[in-house]
Design a protein around this ligand. Structure first.
Ligand code: NAD
Ligand code: DAU
Length: 351
């Protein structure tokens, strides 16, 4: 079996659902269930003996040791993190704790466990660390996209904490020989994304008749990848990646934020027309910029295509249409996440 951390979050849950649909190999899903973790996302796995859920903090060494000893996974796929840049600006402490101390704790526990494995199992073991393109900093309009040799230049508390965790993973491979793999991926979107992030926030605000808050001039660029494509890339790296290597993952799909928001409005205008007859685009409002806002991210995903044969299956048009449809069709899931602490966050951040 494999052990997944953060498997109740957006990408982790998509990974677990896809994995159990396609591979069938059991999963131990380790998640603390912070505000971003949602057991409802995993409801399709209720009663599935291949899915074992453990509500555990990755900083809890004794609990991680016990899970490794009990389940003896052949691999760890590490998604668990504090993941929202704006929250890292308001409160960086949790980011250091989970992203840095948590990753260190897992690496140390994994190394102790890996050393106990017999020869062949030891050779086959993998620790896959899921990271971000934000560790590379910000690109100018004409700069070449980030590749695996781009120097690290993190700019936010979030990206600094992810960069630190990447360095620990590198060091654990170099010093102790742990068979690690690191992936640095661009912006994901798709089903089950918590509506603090751009795409689901805009969909839900539009439908609720609220303003669509676009930071700064709206010309910041992100490279969007549909979440199931990211999950497929992780599976390819896990099975065929070279231990110690890092792989950049991206959608070959750079979009300015304002264009993304307008595309969402156009899809909603067609699929759920505003009763007033107005376009949802009329709700767009340019607001104060994010402090230290990175201007442009772009991933050169040549290496993973050449070495592992992975390319995204979705285009932005198909992926965004599926995503908007999913949010229109899943009111119950949305209701579950848009109560309580989510509302407090929205009130505080956008006040
Ligand atoms: P998310 O915020 O939706 O989910 C994070 C999950 O981690 C939640 O289920 C949460 O409960 C869990 N978690 C947080 N702290 C924990 C702790 N101390 N112990 C155990 N579990 C804990 O995040 P996401 O968007 O799914 O991102 C997953 C990973 O992918 C992160 O490492 C992130 O840095 C990386 N990533 C995200 C994107 C993106 O666009 N969302 C892109 C590239 C890389
Ligand atoms: O690049 C990968 C990263 O993508 C991941 O590592 C992070 O975990 C993930 O959160 C994401 O970070 P971003 O900061 O790029 O994503 P977010 O959805 O928060 O914002 C996307 C862009 O939209 C960014 O330029 C800021 C802008 N934005 C965001 C929000 C929430 C707005 O203009 N208005 C908003 O209300």
């Amino acid at each position: 079996m494999i052990l997944v951390t953060g498997g109740a979050g957006f990408i982790g849950a998509n990974f677990v659902l896809d994995w159990l649909r396609d591979a069938g190999e059991p999963v131990v899903n380790v998640d603390k269930l912070t505000y971003a973790g949602n057991a409802a996302t995993l409801a399709p796995l209720d009663g599935d003996a291949r899915h074992v859920f453990a509500r555990v903090d990755i900083c809890d060494r004794a609990a991680i040791d016990a899970l490794l000893a009990a389940h003896r996974p052949r691999a760890i796929v590490h998604f668990a993190a504090e993941s929202h840049v704006d929250r890292s600006i308001h409160g960086p402490g949790d980011f250091l704790q989970t992203n840095v101390v948590g990753t260190f704790t897992l690496l140390d526990a994994a190394t102790a466990y890996w050393r106990t494995l017999p020869g062949e199992e030891r050779d086959a073991f993998r620790f896959l660390h899921v990271s971000t393109d934000e560790v590379f900093g910000s690109l100018g309009a004409t700069d070449a996209a980030f590749d695996e040799r781009t120097p690290y230049a993190p700019n936010s508390p979030y990206s600094a904490s992810k960069a630190a965790s990447d360095h620990f993973v590198r060091a654990w491979h170099h010093t102790y020989g742990l068979p690690t793999l690191t992936t640095n991926c661009s912006n994901n979107y798709g089903p089950y994304q918590f509506p603090e992030k751009l795409i689901p926030l805009m969909i839900l605000n539009a439908l609720a008749g609220k303003r669509l808050p676009v930071y700064g001039d709206g010309r910041n660029v992100r490279d969007w990848l549909y979440v199931s494509d990211h999950c497929a890339a992780i599976r390819a790296v896990l099975e065929r990646g070279t231990p110690g290597a890092t792989y950049n993952i991206g959608g070959w799909n750079e979009q300015a934020n304002i264009d993304v928001v307008r595309a969402i409005c156009a899809l909603l205008d067609a699929q759920r027309p505003n009763p007033s007859g107005a376009s949802y685009a009329e709700q767009i409002e340019f607001v104060k910029d994010r402090p230290g806002h990175d201007r442009r991210y772009a991933i050169d995903a040549t290496l993973i295509e050449r070495e592992l044969g992975w390319r995204p299956a979705e285009t932005f048009d198909t992926g965004l249409a599926k995503t908007v449809r999913w949010y229109l069709d899943n009111a119950k899931w949305i209701e579950g996440v848009t109560s309580g602490s989510y509302r407090q966050w929205i009130d505080r951040h956008y006040a």
